[in-house]
Design a protein around this ligand. Structure first.
Ligand code: ZN
Ligand code: ZN
Ligand code: FE
Length: 758
C-alpha cells in the first residue's frame, strides 16, 4: 500500500478531467480524492503500488479528448485511513481561496446534447455541466452551492437531481444544472414588456425580428447585449443612432470559426482564443476581399472585434440566424451595462425594439473581455468575463489586506491578500454616479467572496479622479501610488517579476509628482518605492487642456510651433487650421491659460495623427493612435529622430526634430503610409536610446513596457524586438492590460513595498 499526491497541469479544467480521474480510481479500487484549483488538478490516491503506477500512465494516455496534459508530478504521502474515492469541490480541499470560478463557455459535450434531438435538453438554452456554464455571475455568497446562487429558485427535478448526485456523472455537483422541466426559461417581450413569445418560440421570433432589421436586447451571461444584423447597413446605423455612439467599433458574434474566416484573418493563436472556453472578443484584421459586413460596424478600422457564442442561448440564436450579429454592450453611452430584467426594460427601452429575457438572475454584471494577440498569446485590452475573478499571483506577499481602486478610465479595482490579487472585471469609465455605484457594489461582493477586509486603500494621487475621492471618504489609511509607476509595477507583477527593472511607461494621461500631466516616462524600478524618473518627453502645453484629447489638431499645431515650423506651411493641415481660432489659443497658451504641461506619449501620437490628416478630431479614446498605427507601411525602413537630451536630470526626449522631419516629408509629398511608419520607428529608436543609456548607468537590463500607448502593437513589437536584439530582457503584459484596466494590480504591488511607511 502507498499514497501518492499527484499534480497535473495543462488544459485539465473545464474538460471533464475530474470525473475521468474519479472513474479511473474507482475502477482500480483506489481511495482518496481529486480536486482542482488554478494550479491544475490535484489527486490523492491510495492503494497498491501497481494500481497507482497504472493510474499515472492512464492520466496521460487516456486523458479526455479536450484536455492537454503538460506535466504530471507526484510525491509519496503517508497513508491515511480512508474508505472511498471522492470527487471534491475545490473548497472542500482546504484551499485558501474559496471561490475563483470564472464563467465558462458551453463545452463540447453539452453542445452535442444541445443539438441532439434525442437528448432531454435538446435546444434547451440553459444546458450546462460541471465543466461549463455560469459561475461567477450567479454567485450570491459562499460556499459555492446552489442555494447561494441565483439558481436557488429552481428546485431540481428528479432527473437533474440524480445527475447532480452521481459522482460518475458529468453534472456531479454542477450548481447551475437545469433542464426544460425544472430550469430557467426564455421569453421575448416588446419594448413595453408585453410577451411576444414564450419559451417555445422565443428564439425563433427573436431571429425573425433580427432579420427584419430590428435591434434586440438579449440577456447574456454577465449582462445584456444589444444585437442587430451585422450585415445590414440600416440596422447598424439605427443602433449607432440610438446608442449615441458615433464611430466606436461594435463587436460581432459569428456562428462559428468558419464564419469568422469569411471576414477576418484568423491565425492559430486567434483561433485558440476564439474557440477556447473563455471566449473573449478578439480583435482580428479584416480580410481584404472578405464577405461584406455593414460599413458602420467599425468605421475607419482595419480590424474587427469578433467573438464566438459562449452560452447555449447564443448557440441557438446564432445557429438559427446563421450570420454575424452585432453584440454590443447593453447600455447607453458610458453607463454600466444593464443586467437585471427590470433595469434593462427601463434603461434600454429607447434602444431596443424587443427583449429576449430569461428568468435566471445575473447576480453580478460582467462585460465581455477584449483581447488581441501578441507572441501567440492573448494581449489584453480589457480583462473581464472569462478571467474575472481568477486571482493573479503576486511575486511578493502582501503585509495586509489591501484595496487598490485603480484609475478613472477603464476602471478595475484589485483586492489583495497574501500573494493573491483579485483584479475586478471591467467596471467602466468612472465619470458618473451609476458607474461609481457599480464600483461600490462589486467591491462589496469581492470583499465577501474572497474574505478580504482592507486595512488600507491604494489610490492614484490625481485629486479629481472619482475613485480617489471615494478612497478619501473611507476612513482607512491611504497609500498613493503615482500613475505611471503603477503601470510599470503592474507589468512587473503581471510577469511575476520581483527584481529591478527599467520601466518604460508611455501613456495617455496621468498625474505627475510635479502636478504636470505625465505620460512618456522612463523609471528606475528598483527595490525602493519612489522610483526615480530617469527620462521623460519634454513638456509641452496642452492648448485647452482636456479639449486636446478630442481635438488632436491642437497638439499638432503646438508641436509645430515649438519646433519652429509655421503650421500653415503644412499641406493638408494648414488649410484646415482656422487662423483666428488658433491665434486666440496661442495667446492663451503664451499666457498660461488653460494649458497644463504634459509629457504624454498618447498626445504625441495624437499630434502625429492630426498632422497626417488621419484624425482632425477624435470620436473615441485612442482613435487617432489606432488609425495612425494601421496607416503605417510595414515595408518602410526609415525613422525620424526622437532626440535624447542627457544634459539635464531627468533626461528629456525631444520630439521637435521629429516634427521638423514630418513637416519636411509632408511638404515633399512623401506618402502618409511612409510617414506614419517613420514616426513609429523613430519613437522606437528614441525610447531604445534612453533605455541603453539608463542600462549603461544602472547595469539593469530588464525592461518593462506599460501604459496605454503599448496597446499599439506595431510600436510594442518594434520596440520589444529592437530591445531583444540588443540582449535586453523585455517584460510585456500577459495577464492584464497595459492600459488603465491593469493599473490596480500595479498599485497593489507597489504599495506593498511602502507598507512600512503608513
Ligand atoms: Zn458542459
Ligand atoms: Zn431538471
Ligand atoms: Fe494610464
Amino acid at each position: 500500500m502507498s499514497r501518492y499526491r499527484i499534480h497535473v497541469t495543462g488544459i485539465v479544467q473545464g474538460v471533464g478531467f475530474r470525473p475521468f480521474v474519479y472513474r479511473l480510481a474507482l475502477e482500480a479500487g483506489l481511495v482518496g480524492f481529486v480536486y482542482n484549483d488554478p494550479a491544475g488538478v490535484w489527486i490523492e490516491a491510495q492503494g497498491d503500488s501497481p494500481a497507482l503506477e497504472q493510474l499515472l500512465v492512464q492520466l496521460k494516455a487516456e486523458a479526455p479528448p479536450l484536455s492537454k496534459v503538460e506535466t504530471i508530478s507526484f510525491e509519496l504521502k503517508d497513508e491515511i485511513s480512508e474508505k472511498s474515492y471522492t470527487n471534491r469541490e475545490r473548497n472542500d480541499a482546504g484551499n485558501d481561496i474559496n471561490m475563483d470560478s470564472t464563467d465558462v463557455a458551453l463545452c463540447e459535450y453539452c453542445l452535442r446534447e444541445l443539438n441532439d434531438p434525442s437528448d432531454r435538453r435538446y435546444r434547451y438554452p440553459f444546458i450546462n455541466c460541471t465543466d461549463c456554464g455560469p459561475r461567477f455571475t450567479i454567485i450570491r455568497d459562499l460556499p459555492y452551492d446552489r442555494p447561494l446562487t441565483t439558481m436557488a429558485g429552481f428546485p431540481l427535478c428528479p432527473d437533474c437531481k440524480a445527475e447532480y448526485e452521481d459522482p460518475l456523472d458529468r453534472r456531479f455537483h454542477a450548481q447551475p444544472v437545469a433542464c426544460p422541466v425544472c430550469g430557467p426559461q426564455v421569453q421575448l417581450v416588446d419594448a413595453e414588456g408585453r410577451e411576444l413569445a414564450g419559451s417555445d418560440g422565443a428564439i425563433e421570433a427573436t431571429v425573425e425580428q433580427l432579420r427584419r432589421g430590428k435591434v434586440l436586447a438579449i440577456k447574456g451571461l454577465g449582462g445584456f447585449h444589444l444585437a442587430c444584423d451585422a450585415r445590414s447597413d440600416a440596422a447598424v446605423a439605427l443602433l449607432r443612432q440610438r446608442k449615441a455612439r458615433l464611430e466606436k467599433p461594435f463587436a460581432v458574434m459569428c456562428p462559428d470559426l468558419d464564419s469568422v474566416q469569411r471576414y477576418c484573418v484568423v491565425d492559430e493563436a486567434a483561433a485558440a482564443l476564439l474557440s477556447g472556453n473563455r471566449r473573449p472578443i478578439v480583435l482580428l484584421p479584416r480580410l481584404e476581399n472578405g464577405q461584406k459586413l455593414a460599413a458602420g460596424l467599425a468605421p475607419g478600422q482595419h480590424q474587427l472585434g469578433v467573438m464566438l457564442p459562449y452560452t447555449p442561448l447564443h448557440h441557438l440564436l446564432l445557429g438559427e440566424f446563421a450570420a454575424p450579429l452585432v453584440m454590443t454592450s447593453g447600455n447607453l453611452a458610458d453607463e454600466p451595462i444593464a443586467y437585471r430584467n427590470d433595469d434593462a426594460l427601463e434603461r434600454l427601452a429607447t434602444l431596443a425594439d424587443g427583449f429576449l429575457l430569461h428568468n435566471r438572475p445575473i447576480h453580478l454584471r460582467c462585460d465581455d473581455s477584449v483581447v488581441t494577440t501578441l507572441n501567440d498569446g492573448p494581449y489584453f485590452i480589457r480583462r473581464s468575463r472569462g478571467w474575472s475573478p481568477e486571482p493573479i499571483n503576486l511575486p511578493v506577499e502582501l503585509p495586509a489586506h489591501l484595496l487598490a481602486v485603480g484609475a478613472e478610465q477603464k476602471n478595475c479595482f484589485a483586492l489583495g491578500r497574501e500573494r493573491h490579487a483579485f483584479l475586478s472585471q471591467h467596471i467602466g469609465d468612472m465619470e458618473n454616479l451609476a458607474v461609481l455605484r457599480a464600483f461600490e457594489e462589486v467591491i462589496r461582493h469581492y470583499q465577501r467572496l474572497f474574505r478580504v477586509q482592507p486595512e488600507a486603500i491604494v489610490h492614484d494621487p490625481h485629486p479629481e479622479y472619482l475613485p480617489t475621492k471615494w478612497a478619501m471618504e473611507q476612513g482607512l489609511p491611504l497609500i498613493p501610488v503615482q500613475h505611471h509607476r503603477a503601470h510599470i509595477a503592474s507589468c512587473l507583477a503581471d510577469n511575476g517579476y520581483a527584481g529591478a527593472a527599467l520601466g518604460v511607461a508611455w501613456d495617455g494621461t496621468g498625474y505627475g509628482d510635479d502636478g504636470a500631466i505625465w505620460g512618456a516616462e522612463l523609471f528606475l524600478a528598483d527595490a525602493g518605492t519612489n522610483w526615480r524618473r530617469l527620462c521623460h518627453l519634454g513638456y509641452q502645453p496642452m492648448p485647452g487642456g482636456a479639449a486636446t484629447v478630442r481635438q488632436p489638431w491642437r497638439m499638432a499645431a503646438i508641436w509645430l510651433e515649438s519646433a519652429g515650423i509655421d503650421p500653415y506651411s503644412i499641406p493638408g493641415f494648414g488649410e484646415k487650421l482656422a487662423r483666428e481660432e488658433w491665434g486666440l489659443i496661442k495667446t492663451a497658451v503664451e499666457r498660461g491659460i488653460n494649458s497644463p504641461l504634459t509629457s504624454s506619449g498618447g498626445r504625441l501620437f495624437d499630434a502625429a495623427a492630426a498632422l497626417l490628416g488621419v484624425r482632425w478630431s477624435s470620436l473615441y479614446e485612442g482613435q487617432p493612435a489606432i488609425e495612425l498605427e494601421q496607416l503605417a507601411n510595414s515595408a518602410e525602413t526609415g525613422a525620424y529622430e526622437l532626440a535624447l537630451d542627457t544634459s539635464r536630470q531627468p533626461w528629456r526626449w525631444d520630439a521637435r526634430p521629429l516634427f521638423r522631419q514630418i513637416a519636411t516629408d509632408l511638404q515633399a509629398g512623401i506618402t502618409r503610409e511612409a510617414i506614419a511608419a517613420r514616426f513609429h520607428r523613430g519613437v522606437t529608436t528614441g525610447i531604445r536610446h534612453a533605455v541603453e543609456k539608463a542600462a549603461e548607468e544602472t547595469g539593469i537590463r530588464t525592461i518593462a513596457l506599460s501604459g496605454g500607448v503599448f496597446q499599439n502593437r506595431l510600436l510594442t513589437t518594434l520596440l520589444a524586438d529592437d530591445l531583444k536584439q540588443r540582449n535586453f530582457s523585455v517584460l510585456l503584459h500577459r495577464r492584464v492590460p497595459p492600459n488603465d484596466g491593469g493599473l490596480a494590480l500595479g498599485q497593489l504591488y507597489l504599495a506593498t513595498r511602502s507598507m512600512g511607511n503608513w
